[in-house]
Design a binder for this molecule. Structure first.
Ligand code: A2R
Length: 314
């Protein structure tokens, strides 16, 4: 294990395997040298230790990396693929939970729910009603990354009667929403962006100053994918000078460190990366992490390999 995992998953791993807890070692290089010829699987989670070529070099007997989470930008999966290693993630089991959270965060941002709650607690209601807010009515929503979670968000949004468009590298065959190959062009036509795109080089800061400018003064950005997808300094500036209206963020570039400039802005809603963080869904994710490793070491192949390390049964 490269980082702490919930007991639900860790206990199952310890029942079946000999588990070494790398993040607890004070001298990680020495711990790795000692484990060199014994480690065949890695259970990864969070950003504690980068799972990359250097780790693969240190563990020559490694066969499989089972990642906790659908996003695996903490793993160099392309390098794993080149070396014939398998990487697995935890897709599908968290889709509905993250989509629910995205809708909650969107509504919280539009109707300022945390701010309104604070208003009541601070006794301000006694002096008068909370100022009127913006509305979800008549909003046009552009989804960045219409994958499993993006589609679940869109499906929920249909019930709200808002217009839906999306941007990604390719058109999705199974939906009728308007597709924009250009993110800037979509931002020009919508007033709300919901980002559910993965991290990594290809999405690094694609929601940049130009996109925020195109979104305009009524613009709202919601991000439940990865913090690196937004140019955070550009977002802060756009919020400070009112280039856009507001933002609802569950993910940040350098978690758990959130820029003080964002925290200082009262009109944004900030969550500590809780998209999938319910007991139910985290247990499902933990189970899939465990089941991938069990399946692999039972000789049955991985259950959910990532695209960079496809699996073909021999
Ligand atoms: O680009 P496409 O057509 O392959 O669509 C994928 C989109 N995507 C991108 N969109 C714009 N620019 C890119 N460079 C780019 N790379 C990928 O993101 C696809 O529609 C979507 C990802 O969907 P799934 O792979 O089905 O992932 P899922 O389960 O929806 O999770 C999305 C992300 C995770 O990677 C975590 O970062 C987070 O949500 O939890």
């Amino acid at each position: 294990m490269t980082g702490p995992l919930m007991a639900y998953a860790a206990d199952q791993l310890k029942e079946r395997f000999t588990v070494h807890e790398l993040w607890k070692a004070e001298d990680k290089a020495a711990a790795l040298a000692e484990l060199k010829d014994r480690v065949r699987g890695v259970a990864g989670g969070g950003a504690h230790i980068k799972i990359d070529g250097a780790l693969f070099d240190a563990l020559p007997k490694l066969e499989v990396v089972s990642n906790f989470g659908v996003g695996y930008d903490n793993v160099d999966a392309a390098e794993a693929g080149r070396r014939g290693l398998i990487v697995t993630n935890t897709p599908d089991v968290l889709t509905d939970e993250v989509a629910d959270l995205a809708i909650g965060l969107l509504l919280a941002t539009v109707r300022q729910l945390p701010q309104v709650d604070r208003y009541l607690r601070e006794g301000k209601w006694l002096a008068g009603a909370y100022p009127l807010t913006t509305s979800l009515r008549k909003r046009k929503i552009g989804i960045v990354g219409l994958g499993r979670i993006g589609k679940a968000v869109a499906h929920r949004l249909e019930a709200f009667g808002v217009e839906i468009a999306y941007h990604g590298r390719s058109r999705q065959a199974d939906v009728a929403y308007r597709y924009y190959p250009s993110l800037v062009e979509m931002a020009q036509d919508v007033d709300t962006l919901v980002s559910v795109a993965p991290g990594g080089d290809s999405t690094y800061r694609i929601i940049n100053a130009e996109v925020l400018e195109a979104l305009g003064p009524n613009g709202i950005v919601v991000n439940v994918g990865r913090g690196t997808v937004i140019d955070e300094p550009a977002l802060i500036k756009a919020l400070q000078d009112k280039t856009i209206l507001s933002a609802g963020l569950d993910v940040f570039e350098d978690e758990p460190r959130v820029p003080a400039e964002l925290i200082a802005l009262d009109h944004v809603v900030l969550l500590p990366h809780v998209g999938s963080a319910s007991v139910h869904t985290r247990e499902q994710m933990g189970q899939l992490l465990v089941d991938n490793l069990k399946s692999w070491f039972d000789g049955k192949g991985p259950l959910t390999p990532v695209v960079e390390t496809p699996w073909k049964k021999a």
